[in-house]
Write a protein that binds this ligand. Structure first.
Ligand SMILES: [Zn+2]
Length: 495
């Protein structure tokens, strides 16, 4: 038998890594959903040990040699894409020296842990000391990644979540958004001022909400042979493509959030469940990026889920499963899902005000990494921007201002833009779908989503990471990211 060549060695190596990541994903899911409290310490230790093995394997010295050798092999176009993604994964895993990785993990663990209490106490003074340490290490990290990749500091961090995206483009995208979004929010708020106040129906037992959620997942063709729905404190989509685990959290006084949360996670899940099976354990077989992943959940939640047609089909299911909602008029359900109200908290924001929260965070983290502002400046700048974008002041209210998210304490810089890029890609995909299949709205109105799912499967899900993001989006829609579709979508839905 011939000795395997470098490309084959690499493929085998990354397939083995995928098996280890599989165990990491399922045990992490278990930790968040099923595990009794008493199991926490031992599980944390086991996961830390597994992380060490994964890290060692990801940074093994032979990899560099194999990557070099494979470049001169005669590879098919799929293999070339695969090699590109293996190299990217390797570059990201090996970029940082071990002492920085360790310092970062200690600083973020300390900051995140203390933040839980400091946020409740609105204690910015204590929090900023820890955040300062995390941010200092993030700047160091960004500099090292920048030196190795030839990108700028912020671009090098963006590359971890949204490969190929650059600060210069985000400046254009958010700069443009800033010119029309605050005004549009105001117009919509004025328009909705005459809407009747919503009645509270009170009590919706979790078990009834779960049955409703499962019925909606069925309608959205979630594959229950390859996945399940459970409960966790923070909803997520985890697991592996052959076994996707989505979670939600039921609030007994209000079913609408959990229900649309399930629609959102089902969008993530269907992307995972429809990645190409033959590439599934290789980096090239994985979802393209955070922004593209979010585009699929937001396609389900926003483009489809909050459309008039979908809410009309949701309505009988709601009445059927929830005893307390059996007389709920359709107009009320619609109002729940279309209400626009500027608020302090990002995760509670509606479709229209959400991008304002992201724009603010992008501008601040960009300037922090570029050392144009300091951690100490954050509360004041946060307050200014909240006033400018949403007409709300966070002065003296840091717990509902700059202390609300876990991302910065956890050292995640360059992550926030993915949320809004996802919303923009989703609007662009929807526009391209309707252009390619003009009968889509009629079919959706009849409850037939097969054309929608076929389009997503063909253009996004089955494509995994075969193309870089711009090329994926161009092949699907005929052009690269164009935020004009997002604006059109919001105007036509809300005005
Ligand atoms: Zn999501």
């Amino acid at each position: 038998m011939n000795k395997p060549n470098a490309y084959q060695q690499l493929s085998q190596h990354f397939q083995q890594l995928a098996k280890l990541s599989h165990l990491n994903a399922i045990t992490s899911w278990d930790q968040a959903t099923m595990m009794p409290d008493g199991g926490n310490q031992a599980r944390a230790e086991a996961l830390a040990e597994l992380a060490v093995i994964i890290h060692e394997k990801s940074t093994q010295p032979q990899l560099e040699e194999w990557l070099e050798q494979a470049k001169s092999q005669n590879l098919t176009s799929v293999q070339q894409a695969s090699l590109r993604e293996m190299e990217r994964s390797w570059r990201n895993s090996t970029a940082l020296p071990a002492d920085l990785v360790k310092a970062k993990s200690l600083a973020t663990a300390r900051c995140e842990h203390a933040w839980r209490e400091q946020r409740k106490a609105n204690n910015w003074q204590a929090f900023q000391v820890n955040l300062q340490a995390v941010m200092q290490l993030a700047i160091e990290e960004a500099q090292i990644r920048a030196d190795k990749s030839g990108l700028s500091r912020y671009d090098a961090m963006l590359d971890l979540y949204e490969p190929g995206m650059q600060m210069q483009r985000l400046d254009l995208v958010f700069g443009e958004l800033q010119t029309w979004l605050p005004q549009l929010i105001q117009e919509v708020v004025d328009k909705q001022a005459s809407w009747p106040k919503l009645k509270q129906y009170g009590n919706f037992p979790s078990e009834q909400q779960k049955q409703l959620g499962l019925a909606v997942m069925q309608k959205l063709q979630f594959d229950f042979k390859h996945g399940r729905l459970d409960v966790s404190a923070h909803p997520f989509c985890g697991g592996v493509p052959s076994d996707v685990r989505i979670t939600t959290r039921y609030e007994e006084e209000d079913f609408t959030r959990s229900l649309m949360g399930i629609v959102h996670e089902t969008g993530h899940a269907r992307y995972e469940q429809n990645l190409p099976l033959d590439l599934v354990d290789l980096p090239v077989g994985q979802a393209r990026s955070m922004g593209i992943h979010e585009s699929q959940s937001l396609f389900f939640e926003m483009q489809l889920g909050r459309s008039q047609a979908f809410v009309e089909q949701l309505h009988p299911l709601v009445k059927q499963h929830l005893t307390q909602a059996k007389n709920m008029p359709l107009s009320e359900l619609q109002q729940h899902y279309l209400s626009v109200k500027p608020g302090y908290i990002r995760v509670d924001a509606d479709e229209l005000t959400y991008p304002a929260h992201i724009m603010l965070r992008y501008q601040l983290e960009r300037d922090l990494i570029n050392q144009e502002i300091k951690v100490a400046d954050i509360p004041e700048l946060w307050d200014q921007k909240m006033q400018q974008y949403l007409g709300l002041s966070t002065k003296g209210n840091d717990k509902n201002g700059c202390m609300q998210d876990v991302h910065w304490p956890a050292g995640l810089i360059g992550y926030f833009p993915s949320y809004s890029l996802g919303a923009m890609y989703a609007a662009q995909f929807h526009a391209a779908l309707v252009k390619a299949k003009p009968d889509t709205p009629d079919a959706v109105a009849k409850g037939d989503y097969s054309g929608v799912f076929a389009w997503l499967k063909q253009h996004i899900w089955s494509q995994a990471s075969l193309y870089e993001t711009d090329e994926l989006v161009e092949r699907a829609t005929g052009e690269s990211l164009n935020p004009a579709y997002f604006q059109q979508h919001l105007r036509s839905r809300y005005l």
